[in-house]
Design a protein around this ligand. Structure first.
Ligand SMILES: [Zn+2]
Length: 341
């Protein structure tokens, strides 16, 4: 089963590239760039990755990314993620980046996007497709988000969508209504984190005010039956991140996660890794551990992979190729989930 899950052709739709910075690369870049770290060694860094909520994670997350300085650093970070994603059956990734977390410490938008694109281009040649999603940091102001959007203008052909991440509590989607409208008018697609630590109403705001096409996380939707019915009726994908949710105490344990219930209710759930270097596993680990903890039947896991491919921002024909690949994979493996059954 584990090998079957890791090999399943899938898309990753909720992945922060800065959250893929493994302690080994963190130390290598710190040494190269002469950046002092608050940890003595790799082991100490791993031990520090024990969080009790979103904010305690974000504090370490922002400290870690201070080692990223040059085009080549961003390229290397991207390549390291894509290599792991390829091993986990990821055929296409829609990757978040946080330009403000770099520009506010003096690294130019150009450096960031050039490095990411170099890595993504190498990844495409090696068979993992990708798109970039520019996330606004919601703990900063709407004016600062406007600045990031303006900086992106020269590189718009490399950026598919805008998103919204960082501290959810007390930073409702409504704060970013105007900048999202401007971005959509300019041709960007839109997604937003909502309903992770924040209330179901933030999911509603993301839909009604930001006009997003996917909700990142969204697991708290079940607290609001009317909203749940709407998400089902409108087939809004939820990019759920099980290991992240446990690490940040959204759920006490994987066995308590509502993913199976979401799926059974008819929500278009996908499985993703969020910030895998910090949360104890990449997308394959998420699939395997969810299967073990929740005892999901194989057909459900195939459905999760199918939803991930369906929820991509790919053109219809590109998506069809990947869905065919999934069908073929399941058929060749035999057993439940086979579309020809
Ligand atoms: Zn996230």
């Amino acid at each position: 089963m584990d090998a079957f899950l890791r090999g399943l052709p899938k898309a990753e739709l909720h992945l922060h590239i800065e959250g893929t910075l493994e302690p080994e690369l963190l130390f290598a870049l710190a040494r190269k760039n002469g950046v002092a770290l608050p940890f003595a060694n790799v082991e100490e860094a791993r031990e520090a990755y024990a969080f009790h909520d979103l904010q305690s994670f974000l504090d370490i997350y922002y400290a870690g990314m201070s080692v990223l300085r040059t085009v080549d650093d961003y390229r290397e970070l991207t390549l390291a993620y894509l290599a792991r994603a390829a091993d986990d059956g990821v055929r296409h990734a829609e990757i978040f980046f946080d330009p403000q977390a770099h520009t506010e410490r003096g690294v130019s938008f150009e450096t960031v996007i050039e490095g990411l694109e170099l890595g993504l281009e190498e990844g495409r040649r090696a068979g993992v497709g990708s798109k970039l999603i520019l996330c606004f940091l919601r703990h900063l102001s709407a004016e600062q988000a406007e600045t990031a959007l303006a900086q992106a203008a020269r590189h718009q052909e490399l950026i598919t969508a805008v998103g919204l991440d960082s501290s959810e509590r007390d930073h409702p989607p409504s704060k970013f209504e105007e900048v999202f409208k401007r971005a959509r008018d300019q041709g960007y697609r839109a997604v937003a984190h909502a309903g992770e630590e924040g209330p179901p109403d933030y999911i509603r705001q993301a839909l009604d005010l930001l006009h997003v096409e996917r909700i990142d996380h969204g697991v708290r939707c079940l607290e609001d039956p009317e909203l749940t019915e709407r998400l089902i009726a409108e087939r809004i994908p939820l990019t759920v991140c099980p290991l992240s949710n446990v690490k940040l105490r959204v759920f006490d344990a994987l066995a308590d996660h509502n993913l199976h219930e979401l799926l059974q209710r008819g929500l278009h759930v996908t499985i993703n890794s969020d910030d895998p270097a910090y949360f104890g596993g990449y997308i394959g680990d998420n699939f395997v551990q969810v299967q073990q903890a929740l005892g999901l039947p194989r057909a459900d896991l195939v459905q999760l992979a199918r939803y991930s491919l369906e929820a991509t921002f790919l053109e219809e024909a590109e998506r069809a190729v990947l869905l065919d690949e999934l069908d073929r994979y399941v058929r060749e493996a035999g057993g439940p989930g086979d579309p020809t059954e």
